[in-house]
Design a protein around this ligand. Structure first.
Ligand SMILES: Cc1cc2nc3c(=O)[nH]c(=O)nc-3n(C[C@H](O)[C@H](O)[C@H](O)COP(=O)(O)OP(=O)(O)OC[C@H]3O[C@@H](n4cnc5c(N)ncnc54)[C@H](O)[C@@H]3O)c2cc1C
Length: 350
């Protein structure tokens, strides 16, 4: 975990972080060595306040954390001293609790992060109700002219297999056309947002109504920010502070670092999993990878088929011919479940 490369000032600027904001983050990070009797984790102290850059203008950074993995053990045992996790039995306890959904000891650790993400990502993120959130107020402040535009390799067609997902990547020319449309629409809406706020002196697209607002002889007072914002496109960036206990943080990661989650939220979850959790609580991370991320659950019908597969010594490459709904009409198993089962046994995600 020592190989984290923090972004340079130029990279921060390119992401929309000003010199003053970068300096504030740096100042907080280097603000002397504070002493505390509370448990600290070297990795978290190392990354505290530092931004991990995500997408074209987004970032996330850890603002605070409470507890180490000994805190989980300590709570589980309701111990008078501090927990240890140095002992094999402590790691065994962590793994047992995680694998048996004994969740409350994991609520003893907390994490607070500052995230900047497109509004459509925030809409998915906010569904995790067990966190505490405070969002940048677009009733009070003007949002920045920053839009998420997918990189060409992420511009893909609607998936044929998964109604919620994406399929094949668009051709480079198609990706350029889409990029231009997204950018044009976002810019145009933002131009009108500024005009409605009474903040415009220019009229880039020559719109007559914008002209009227700029040249209003009755002295246009500007529309309230809380109304003008409704004109912004969903790829506009918003920001929030987000605090969550470890139990619900793991639930968030299980759902959002998963291959089924949309790429644009998954990139944030991947950083939280691999750059934050792994260094903060290494044995919890390993247990979580073993019992959740890399674990597979088979339903009762699937186990029925699995026994047949083993008895028949079915070859890997023939699994999809063997595992079909038509072979098992009484099991209520779907085409999709059969395909998922084949993928799980083969150890592939696609
Ligand atoms: C791949 C994917 C696709 C999705 N597609 C859609 C979609 O099409 N439409 C849509 O609306 N949403 C969709 N969602 C959102 C999803 O349904 C959840 O709302 C979201 O993932 C939050 O999960 P959660 O409820 O476990 O998290 P949290 O709200 O953080 O809750 C954590 C846990 O607390 C418990 N809990 C919280 N609130 C309650 C409660 N009121 N009652 C009982 N237990 C509670 C539950 O055990 C829950 O798992 C999707 C999510 C994913 C990952």
């Amino acid at each position: 975990m020592d190989n984290i490369v923090f972004p340079t000032l130029a990279e921060l600027n390119a992401h929309g972080i000003s010199n003053a904001q970068a300096q504030e983050m740096e100042d907080l990070h280097t603000y002397g060595q504070k002493t505390t009797v509370r448990p600290t984790v070297a990795h978290m102290e190392h990354i505290l306040y530092k931004p991990f850059l995500v997408l074209n203008h987004g970032f996330l950074r850890v603002i605070d954390y409470m507890g180490n993995q000994a805190a989980v053990v300590q709570a589980a045992r309701v111990s008078y001293g501090h927990g240890t996790t140095k002992l094999r039995s402590d790691i065994g306890l962590l793994r047992y609790m995680l694998s048996h959904q004994h969740g409350t000891p994991f609520e003893m650790c907390e994490i607070k992060i500052h995230v900047k993400m497109p509004i459509f990502v925030a809409r998915q993120w906010i569904r995790h109700r067990t966190a505490n959130v405070n969002e940048y107020s677009a009733r009070y402040s003007i949002l920045d002219r920053e839009f998420y535009i997918p990189a060409p390799e992420h511009m893909a067609a609607q998936s044929n297999e998964n109604r919620q997902g994406r399929g094949s990547v668009l051709t480079p020319n198609q990706a350029i056309v889409i990029r231009d449309l997204l950018l044009e629409d976002a810019q145009r809406n933002y131009d009108h947002y500024e005009a409605m706020l009474g903040e415009s002196e220019e009229n880039p697209d020559g719109n007559d109504n914008v002209d009227r607002l700029i040249n209003d002889s009755d002295d246009f007072p500007g529309l309230a920010k809380e109304l003008a914002r409704m004109n912004l496109t969903l790829n506009t960036y918003t920001q929030w502070y987000w605090k969550c206990d470890l139990r619900n943080f793991l639930n968030f990661l299980a759902l959002r670092a998963d291959a089924h989650a949309q790429y644009e939220i998954r990139v944030y979850a991947d950083i939280l999993l691999n750059q934050v959790l792994k260094g903060w609580l290494p044995d919890v991370y390993t247990a979580f990878m073993d019992y959740n991320v890399n674990a597979v659950t088979f339903s009762a019908p699937m186990m029925h088929i699995m026994r047949d597969v083993i008895i028949a010594k079915c070859l890997m490459e023939e699994l999809h011919l063997f595992i079909t709904p038509s072979r098992y009409p009484t099991l209520l198993i779907t085409e999709r479940e059969c395909a998922a089962m084949v993928k799980s046994i083969r150890g592939t995600t696609t």
